[in-house]
Write a protein that binds this ligand. Structure first.
Ligand code: TXA
Ligand code: MG
Length: 315
């Protein structure tokens, strides 16, 4: 199992020669020196991730980002200044200093400044940025605390920097240009409504038939057990005999055992539901014999990102 600690100096030591788990406000990352192609290759091995799925580069200031990219269009700079540090990833034309393996050979590199004190302290102490995907085996539910990372990847990595539970709970929103049109490629921790406030109307393209756009693949964020998404009363009637575990938005079902239900947000708040989402999916996966039932949450604010994750988990 990995060492779990909040020591920045230990984290720095392991990053000289290996990959480690790091906390962010969205989900935990599996991090390595983004300038070192060999170490970045280790990320793909540990995660069993296909090499054509590019990684996000994490740093601590816009001044640093300018060292890695050829240009930073005004419109995207506006968004960056508004939402960084925070759950937003921006696609920008990369300089040579970013190795091919990080971007899977694509011209753009995905960049993010996380809003987590320990992550920022670590990044400031290094002379390289950190490439990091979510710290889960490819296709599985993302981790929102150090124990989640340890459960699945602890035997493959030496160290996890412990920064508590991730407060946002869903991955960053990904934004960039496609054919000169400003586009959201992944719904995430910054809501569509918030982005529209800064840059006006925006295209949303979170599905692709192109297998080279794996962040958009339909089955993702998936628990091991079968999951069905829909109206819970109908589903529970239909699947009663399978003893399903039920994930509710804000209220328990009346005619079903309370100890077989998980409520995402007792306060009826989509932000609270996002914070609890992935831990709840993991818990349901452990509790269920064979089946998990879930209902969509209100499709507004972070609810859009949650419903996207639930649909892919159930695909
Ligand atoms: O919140 C987050 O973004 C977390 C934390 C750790 O920062 N990271 C994360 O990484 O979710 P990952 O690898 O699980 O998802 C990154 C997504 C992938 O779907 C990948 O396809 C997309 O970003 N991506 C990365 N670089 C890209 C690029 N150059 N062009 C298009 N998509 C890219
Ligand atoms: Mg991921």
């Amino acid at each position: 199992m990995a060492i779990i600690s909040d020591s920045i100096s230990e984290a720095r030591k392991y990053l000289q020669f290996d990959v480690i788990g790091i906390p962010t406000e969205t989900v935990y990352g599996l991090a390595a020196n983004a300038f070192d192609a060999n170490l970045v290759t280790r990320i793909f091995e540990v995660k069993e991730r296909p090499k054509f799925d590019p990684l996000i580069v994490h740093t601590f200031a816009i001044g640093e980002v300018l060292k890695f990219v050829k240009s930073f269009p005004d419109e995207l700079m506006l968004v960056a200044e508004k939402f960084w540090p925070g759950p937003l990833t921006i696609l920008l034309p990369r300089k040579e200093i970013i190795p091919d393996i990080v971007t899977s050979g694509l011209e753009n590199v995905a960049i993010r400044i996380p809003d987590h004190p320990l992550a920022i302290e670590l990044l400031k102490s290094l002379d390289f940025p950190l490439a990091a995907p979510s710290a889960n085996p490819f296709g599985y539910v993302s981790p929102t605390n150090a124990l989640h990372v340890n459960d699945q990847l602890g035997s493959r990595i030496p160290f996890i920097l412990n920064g508590g539970s991730s407060k946002i709970g869903v991955e960053s929103t990904i934004i960039g240009y496609e054919n000169d049109v400003l586009t959201i490629f992944r719904l995430g921790g910054i809501s569509v409504e918030d982005i529209i406030e800064v840059c006006g109307d925006i295209r949303i393209k979170t599905h692709s038939s192109n297998p080279l756009a794996p962040g958009m693949i339909d089955s993702h964020y998936a628990p091991g057990k079968r999951m069905i998404l829909g109206d819970l009363n109908t589903l529970v009637q239909r699947h009663h005999s399978e003893n399903p575990i039920v994930i509710c938005y804000d209220k328990l079902l009346n005619h079903y055992p309370a100890d077989m239900q998980i409520v995402l947000s007792p306060n009826s708040d989509v932000r609270q539901a996002a914070t609890n989402l992935f831990a709840s999916l993991r818990q349901a996966d452990q509790m269920a014999d064979s089946l998990i039932l879930a209902e969509p949450v209100p499709d507004e604010g972070l609810g859009k990102a949650i419903n996207d994750r639930l649909r892919r988990a159930a695909f």
